[in-house]
Design a protein around this ligand. Structure first.
Ligand code: OKS
Ligand code: ZN
Length: 365
């Protein structure tokens, strides 16, 4: 059975971003989630659409802090929680303003270690790598709600396939903000907590030695997820993404993992403008690698910015193609408890149809 998980608090985060030298309302907006929910509610699809168990915000925060403790820097998480209020008290922003970093950490030859600057204005740039990760009054609440979906989704899958266990084999968590660009101590590309990494930690809490597969099929390379698991021998990260696109400095084929994790990072960059057939060749190859690894838990970082008309993506993928992508993924990785996490996708008018197409394929297998 497939369950769709969402949280109304994920709608609260609404920021501005710098795009083409202009400050605009961020493309990663609440309207994305609204569009998906609308499509799910008006269509007869037979999925269970549910909200997470009601816990108060403080309990939810401590749960998220606990399940990110081995992958995320504590000072970074504290910064996410407090920086808006700090900027407000310092008179750096008005109530409706956004914390936006301006000067970023600069690697030098001095041999000096990275240290957060004392100044609260400067600190925003220490904990971010771009200007697409603004923080407004409600951001932290939404960030935690989004991460909590990854946590609860993983919990719902634990025990699948065991005697007397759950019959839920797939959870699709409608996370927003997304996660795959966050590396555990830097926000960027609309991401603040790496939801995929949080899911892996949650799974490992009850299965410490489990093999986990992460399939990242957002248009953009998941630099954060790659970074977090780069030396991990039990986590296979496979990503198909636009070659030489955002986040620009990662995603090349020769990034294969290091130490015990050597060979456990597979980047499959695809030239922008590539037709769907070429995309599918990469997907089949990636799915075979995940299948060979025999993971006990699968995380899919799913972005709909691979759509042909997306303002931030440039593949030739159409609505009906998502059904094919999901069908082949499910066929090759059947019976693995799967957590699907929403990443990008910015064409609001087609987002609902694209999600439904993907779910139709997933369910058909
Ligand atoms: C410019 C936009 C930067 C692109 C961010 C890409 C976000 C995304 N401000 N990642 O998967 O969809
Ligand atoms: Zn993306």
């Amino acid at each position: 059975m497939l369950v769709i998980l969402w949280d109304p608090d994920c709608l609260l985060h609404e920021t501005v971003e710098l795009l083409g030298s202009k400050l605009i309302p961020a493309l990663e907006s609440p309207a994305r989630l609204d569009a998906i929910l609308k499509a799910l509610h008006i269509t007869e699809h037979g999925f269970r659409v549910v909200q997470p168990s009601a816990i108060d915000n403080e309990a939810r925060i401590s749960r998220v802090l606990k399940s990110t403790s081995d992958t995320h820097n504590y000072n970074y998480l504290q910064h996410l929680q407090t920086v808006y209020e700090e900027w407000l008290s310092a008179g750096l922003i008005e109530k409706d303003g956004n914390v936006l970093p301006e000067c970023f950490y600069l690697p030098t030859s001095t041999g000096k270690p990275m240290r957060p600057p004392k100044d609260v204005f400067a600190r925003a740039g220490y904990f971010a790598f771009d200007m697409s990760s603004g923080i407004m009054s409600n951001s932290y609440r939404a960030i935690v709600a989004s991460a909590n979906l990854a946590h609860e989704g993983t919990d719902m899958l634990t025990g699948f396939g065991t005697k007397g266990g759950t019959d839920v084999d797939t959870v699709f968590a409608l996370c927003r903000p997304p996660g795959h660009h966050c590396d555990g101590r830097r926000a960027g590309g609309y991401c603040y907590i790496n939801n995929a990494a949080l899911a892996v930690s949650t799974w490992r809490a009850s299965n410490p030695k489990a093999r986990v597969g992460i399939l990242d099929i957002d248009f953009h390379h998941g630099n954060g997820t790659q970074e977090i698991f780069y030396s991990d021998s039990q986590v296979l990260y496979v990503s198909i993404h636009g070659a030489d696109e955002f986040p620009y400095y990662t995603g090349a084929e020769d990034e294969k993992g290091t130490g015990d994790g050597e060979g456990m990072n597979i980047n499959l960059p695809l030239k922008v403008g590539s037709p769907f057939e070429e995309y599918m060749l990469k997907l089949e190859y990636g799915l075979d690698r995940v299948h060979e690894f025999t993971p006990e838990f699968l995380v899919v970082s799913l972005g709909f910015d691979t759509f042909h008309a997306d303002p931030l993506g440039h593949f030739q993928i159409h609505t009906e193609d998502y059904e094919t992508i999901a069908t082949r993924t499910r066929q090759k990785l059947k019976d693995i408890p799967s957590l699907i996490l929403l990443e990008g996708g910015y064409v609001i008018e087609h987002l609902g149809a694209n999600v439904l197409s993907f779910l139709k394929g997933w369910k058909s297998v």
